[in-house]
Design a protein around this ligand. Structure first.
Ligand code: 3PG
Length: 212
């Protein structure tokens, strides 16, 4: 699958999963809310196991690995079955191994220089992170200006919630939005799958209204 196919629904749920046993019910809760894309962050010991479990048991959802900081983590993510990778920043070592393995990767950028470096390294889908802290939708629009013709697309992430979605989705260079608000760590720890499903259904409804 290519990079675009994972972003078709225009929303990526960023999840921090401590217990591998929570991975499958969480993926099912997102699916029940209508979302078929999850990014499991490499911030916990259970990340690789969670990705493998979701790949094995919940085939309808696309699974990415997030917070990839090193080449070694990219290898682990691919080994676990991740279908795409996300990084908070732009690392040449991460880009190199991802390109070598033909692994779709969305590196993080915030400045024009970083966008140019990312384009040089072959990335076209860039995480704009941390979006809300670094000027939000206005900063993103300004950044998109000189790069629109390059075909670059952004995945703003960081501090975004359902209410902010329409503003971001209106920017033509926005491929998708990333966020953890549908599956906060606390909700996962409480196994509050019902609440996660309803927090997922809400942005999915907003996105389908924006499309009309
Ligand atoms: C990430 O890891 O990509 C961000 O921490 C997600 O940002 P959010 O938690 O503010 O949605």
């Amino acid at each position: 699958m290519n990079a675009e196919s994972f972003l078709k629904q225009r929303l990526v749920c960023v999840a921090v999963i401590d217990k591998v046993d929570d991975a499958v019910p969480l993926a099912e809760a997102l699916l029940a809310g209508g979302l078929n894309c999850i990014e499991v962050t490499f911030r916990t010991a259970g990340a690789a196991g969670s990705i493998a479990a979701i790949r094995e048991k919940v085939s309808q959802i696309s699974v990415g690995a997030g917070t990839l900081l090193t080449a070694e983590q990219v290898k682990q993510a691919i080994g676990a079955g991740a279908q795409f990778g996300v990084s908070p920043g732009l690392s040449e070592a991460v880009m190199e191994i991802a390109n070598e393995r033909d692994f779709p990767i969305f590196p993080g950028v915030i400045t024009p220089t970083e966008v140019m470096r990312a384009l040089d390294l072959g990335a076209k889908h860039l995480k704009f992170f941390p979006a809300e802290t670094f000027g939000g939708v206005n900063a993103l629009k300004a950044l998109a200006g000189p790069f629109g013709h390059t075909g670059v697309k952004f995945i703003p992430t960081g501090g975004i919630n359902a209410a902010l979605l329409p503003n971001y989705l209106a920017v033509p260079q926005v491929a998708a939005i990333g966020g953890s608000w549908m599956a906060e760590k606390k909700l996962v720890a409480e196994k509050n799958w019902k609440q996660i499903t309803s927090l997922t259904a809400e942005p999915m409804k907003i996105i389908s209204a924006v499309k009309i």
